[in-house]
Design a protein around this ligand. Sequence first.
Ligand code: 13P
Ligand code: SF4
Length: 303
Amino acid sequence: KQQNEELKERLLQLKKERNAIILAHYYQRDEIQEVADFRGDSFLLAQKAAETDADVIVFCGVHFMGESAKILAPNKTVIIPDERAGCPMADMVNVDGLRKLKAQHPNATVVTYINSSAEIKAETDICCTSANAVKVIQSLDSEEIIWVPDKNLGNYVEKFTDKKMIIWEGYCNTHDMLTVKDVEEMKAQYPNAQFVVHPECRPEVVALGDFVGSTTAIIKYCKESDCQEFIVGTEDGTGYQLRLDSPEKKFHFATKFLVCPNMKVNNLKKLVKCLETMGPEIYVDPEVAAKAKLSLERMLQVK
Ligand code: 13P
Ligand code: SF4
């Protein structure tokens, strides 16, 4: 505890010295969310990165999030607590595969989930996050969509459009692990609870949801709902904001396995260290970044 207090003090001092802003995804450890300037889902944090006046962005999340921040704010220094924090879903799609698909469907618009590398974004027409995926798809003129890399989110979005969707077979290892049996057991145990679920879960699990939405949407729904008890179908770090907003409500995570090991690689100690040493720093090839930026900016413009 004493050590944590010292680390927090050091962090405040360094933040001022460097004119840095700390952005933390809702899946980060509590000790990181506690000290962040902004907590958010992928969409909110990308917006914050694009808008900030700070010189340094410390991105506490996984690698593609830091990369997106750098692409949107190329003149800022973007650092991350640990470069090993990757996203397995982002690694499930490669440039060669996507180019082949584009050649097979030359009239299709490429829509890429923000959980992807800068190189993939550079091959993309427009990005999306789970918060705006449906809006993004509905904003497009083309009748054919190439969707990468999340098949579960793709299947969910497909229900809201008549467009033909060609869906890549990627998935999130953490959300995809949740099964119908897990949820049914929880519902039997907590019959008064509503089930809130992230669309990165399997379609048959999403179908059981009383509410389906991105991390921020889930947090907002639980805060505003009259219901007092929830079974939560998303990553366990979300509990920090859920409990902060509604200390009197009960939140049961649908399994104890809803933990993204990549998100948890970061901790307070590494956060302080990265501001001390100003590294690891995110670097994106400028040519790739310029192309990728267009696809992210198009997403930010969708209202
Ligand atoms: P959101 O932040 O868009 O809810 O996405 C969840 C996720 O898995 C981020 O890696
Ligand atoms: Fe990737 Fe899933 Fe972890 Fe998000 S929760 S970083 S999608 S593995």
